[in-house]
Design a binder for this molecule. Structure first.
Ligand code: FES
Length: 157
């Protein structure tokens, strides 16, 4: 399916370009903008960015696949990323993951069949003092336990 930025996102993209000495340097924020717009980074969107930034599609693809924060396939609306690094692990992130897997009936790396949630584990999110923690889309949820997880999931439509 063809991709192009919305009028508003094209404006954001052009504003972003002004911050960099070379067009290619804007690739990471441009990929992020694609992901904000459609929830993931498709092959067609990479080809679109390659044209906008005077890059080869292969260069855009190599960059997008190098970083774990870009979703290369459609995922659930609420992307749950549970920190799995040392502090969170010592404070029970394995239980957090197990609780989420049980409640959502999915494995890590999967989305729920209703398209509501996607579950990932990630490295340190910089909130070690409030471990165990997770990020859902742009928000942090900290000092997690099963009761808190229940309330968080209930609120997310
Ligand atoms: S170890 Fe989990 S936020 Fe740093």
């Amino acid at each position: 399916m063809a991709f192009e930025f919305t009028k508003e996102n094209l404006q954001k993209f052009e504003e972003t370009l002004k911050r960099y000495p070379q067009k290619r340097a804007a690739l990471l924020p441009a990929l992020w903008l694609v992901q904000e717009q459609q929830g993931w980074v498709s092959k067609e969107s990479m080809e679109y960015l390659a044209k906008l930034l005077d890059l080869t599609p292969a260069f855009v693809y190599e960059t997008a696949t190098f970083y774990t924060m870009y979703n290369l396939k459609p995922i659930g609306r609420h992307h749950i990323q549970v920190c799995n690094s040392v502090c969170c692990s010592l404070r029970g992130s394995q239980e957090t993951v197990a609780t989420l897997k049980k409640k959502l009936e999915i494995e890590v790396g999967e989305s729920t069949s209703d398209g509501r949630f996607h579950l990932s584990t990630v490295e340190c999110l910089g909130s070690c003092g409030t471990a165990p923690m997770m990020q859902i889309n742009d928000d942090y949820y900290e000092d997690l336990n099963e009761e808190k997880i229940d309330k968080i999931l209930e609120k997310l439509k």
